[in-house]
Design a protein around this ligand. Structure first.
Ligand SMILES: NC(=O)c1ccc[n+]([C@@H]2O[C@H](COP(=O)([O-])OP(=O)(O)OC[C@H]3O[C@@H](n4cnc5c(N)ncnc54)[C@H](OP(=O)(O)O)[C@@H]3O)[C@@H](O)[C@H]2O)c1
Length: 254
């Protein structure tokens, strides 16, 4: 797609990958409305740029609908919807935390659905557009500590793949993005190995390139893609015995 001049709604833009992607899209000439809950962060991000802030809480359907109305009023249409909102907390299922599980599902998966609910009619009516969903390589295998997070990303990857086929006739493209570790508020405080970690700016540049090339799926960085591609081949019976390796100190050196 042509990013320059594209009317874009970026949901989950107040920090980390979303903020870096918003800056990259703005620099590339897109008209960007940035959304998240933290209004002051959105104001800081958009100050001195062409970006416009609209607050949203993706766990609240009314908030998403109101925000979308605001976005359409600002932009007069939509060419690109990027769903980057996400939450992650280390899980310890020794003490199952149903509230945390529901928070992950509501933010990472149902929030995507709420945004699709309000934006797809516009994209369809216009005869096309692009949807980008930021998932994660955590979608590929169940990993202890990501017991609540991983399933939401696996479901998002499945949903995005189905939509890519379902929306083809409407001219709506769907790109799934599965990053490995990215520097952000989400990961920087976590105390476990995060191999092949890249900056949010690096991740944003890869996504922009993926958009320019109309890629269907992006998995990066390359070494994490190779690692997870291999991990997918490990038999289910062997996987539980291998997962402690992911937390071994040597993994910090990768
Ligand atoms: N960092 C990584 O290593 C990594 C790896 C793979 C995938 N990802 C994915 O990349 C995306 C961005 O994560 P990040 O690493 O950049 O983390 P981050 O800095 O914590 O960003 C998360 C974003 O989601 C927004 N958000 C969370 N809950 C929301 C809600 N209820 N309503 C609206 N916005 C909400 C946050 O804004 P507010 O708090 O202001 O609402 C923030 O803008 C997430 O989907 C994450 O799962 C990250």
């Amino acid at each position: 797609m042509q990013v320059e001049g594209a009317r874009c709604w970026l949901v989950g833009a107040s920090s980390g990958l979303g903020a870096a992607l918003a800056r990259a899209l703005d620099r590339a000439g897109a008209e960007v409305v940035v959304s998240a809950r933290r209004e002051e962060r959105l104001s800081e991000l958009s100050a001195g740029t062409r970006m416009r802030p609209v607050t949203v809480d993706v766990t609240d359907a009314d908030s998403v609908r109101t925000a979308c109305d605001g976005v359409l009023a600002e932009l007069g249409g939509l060419d690109l919807v990027v769903y980057c909102a996400g939450t992650w907390q280390v899980s310890d299922v020794g003490e199952w935390d149903q509230e945390s599980f529901e928070q992950h599902v509501s933010t990472n998966l149902l929030g995507l659905g709420r945004c699709l609910d309000v934006t797809l009619p516009t994209l369809r009516a216009q005869g096309g557009g692009t949807v980008v969903g930021i998932a994660s390589v955590a979608a590929y295998r169940g990993v202890p500590g990501a017991d609540y997070y991983g399933p939401t990303k696996a479901a998002a990857v499945n949903l995005l793949e189905a939509l890519r086929a379902s929306l083809r006739a409407d001219g709506v493209r769907v790109m799934s993005v599965l990053p490995g570790f990215v520097r952000s508020e989400m990961t920087d405080s976590a105390d476990f190995p995060q191999p092949f970690k890249i900056t949010a700016e690096d991740a944003a540049a890869r996504i922009l390139e993926g958009l320019a090339r109309d890629r269907a799926v992006l998995v990066f960085p390359r070494r994490m893609r190779a690692l997870m591609t291999g991990a997918r081949l490990v038999p289910a019976g062997l996987w539980p015995r291998l997962t402690p390796v992911l937390r071994h100190p040597w993994a910090r050196r990768l």
